[in-house]
Write a protein that binds this ligand. Structure first.
Ligand SMILES: [Zn+2]
Length: 314
């Protein structure tokens, strides 16, 4: 989206919300400032629109522009993945739900189908991988687009060239984290806990439990286990804090070289406090604490040149 689109969008929001144009612009600027340059003006305008409960009924969006909270979203995309239809029981009734991933040239999103007619299209193979579809009246929440009985799903004759198939990791602030998000955040380590060790089956990498006569994998029986470590930290980016988990392969990137050396670990743990890094991972629900947590898949040092570049662009 260019400036023209941004201006158009501000006009649209202003007239839909019966607010002054300047007021919308002020809110967009405030949102951008709050998110410290992590979001474009267009993105911020979308958020403001969603906050005001505005929907752009006949407007077609790029997938990248979809913001959680938007209702009645319309877009065209290519189906790049279809998951098996799942059945579940609710109030003694059997229900179905279908999931797929749809992409355009800007991004991709999970699309969740709740309507039996839509699900049937998937079951019959009338909507499948490689097909271009049009979604009308979807609702965008938690980084997914949900289609109910008021939504429309149909094949589109639009030609889409290259679509973005790689998993989209969005730069987000912690206060905007939603379960299911893949996100990248720049934050400080404000707490770090002792590493914990566990054992996994060498074949399936699932937990191997110690029994009297050795280690047991549910699937593979008696195994010679591999030792793994995890470490919990708390991240703070100024908007909120979240508990994060780092597993085996990512721990060395924190600078913890040798987890077996207890004294060294204590010292290194101390050095972590206040360290600012970029963390990439998935937000999921920790059922034990009943709180979202951040599973860190990768992390990197701040690249100052890159940061300066970003600041100059905004
Ligand atoms: Zn196993």
């Amino acid at each position: 989206m260019g400036d023209v689109n941004y201006e158009k969008m501000v006009d649209r929001i202003a007239s839909s919300a019966s607010l002054e144009r300047e007021e919308i612009q002020r809110r967009v600027d405030a949102k951008c400032a709050k998110l410290s340059g992590l979001i474009s003006k267009e993105g911020a305008a979308q958020v403001i629109a969603a906050e005001l409960g505005i929907n752009f009924d006949n407007e077609k969006f790029k997938i990248e522009e979809l913001v959680p909270g938007m209702r009645k979203v319309n877009f065209v995309g290519k189906v790049i993945n279809v998951f098996p239809v799942r059945t579940f029981e609710r109030n003694g009734q059997e229900n179905k739900v279908a999931n797929m991933v749809v992409a355009d040239d800007t991004s991709n999103t999970k699309v969740v189908l709740w309507d039996t007619h839509h699900i049937e299209l998937v079951e019959k193979g009338e909507v499948k991988e490689g097909f271009v579809i049009e979604v009308l009246n979807g609702s965008s929440r938690d980084g997914e687009v949900h289609l109910g009985s008021f939504s429309e799903l149909k094949l589109s004759s639009e030609e889409l060239g290259e679509v973005k198939t790689e998993k989209v990791v969005k730069e987000k602030v912690i206060s905007d984290f939603r379960v299911g998000d893949s996100a990248s955040v720049r934050g400080f380590i404000v707490q770090s806990f002792d590493p914990r060790f566990f054992t996994v089956c060498p074949e399936c990498k699932k937990k191997a439990v110690q029994e009297a006569d050795g280690f047991l994998c549910n699937e593979h029986g008696k195994v010679a286990p591999e030792k793994r470590a995890l470490i919990n930290i708390v991240l703070d980016d100024g908007t909120e804090t979240i508990r994060a988990v780092l597993f085996h392969d990512t721990i060395p990137k924190l600078g913890l070289a040798n987890l077996e050396d207890v004294d060294l670990v204590q010292q290194e743990k101390q050095n972590l406090l206040g360290k600012e890094m970029i963390f990439m991972g998935d937000v999921r629900m920790n059922n034990f604490f009943n709180n979202p947590e951040f599973i860190v898949r990768d992390l990197k040092e701040l690249d100052l040149d890159e940061l300066i570049g970003t600041l100059e662009k905004t």
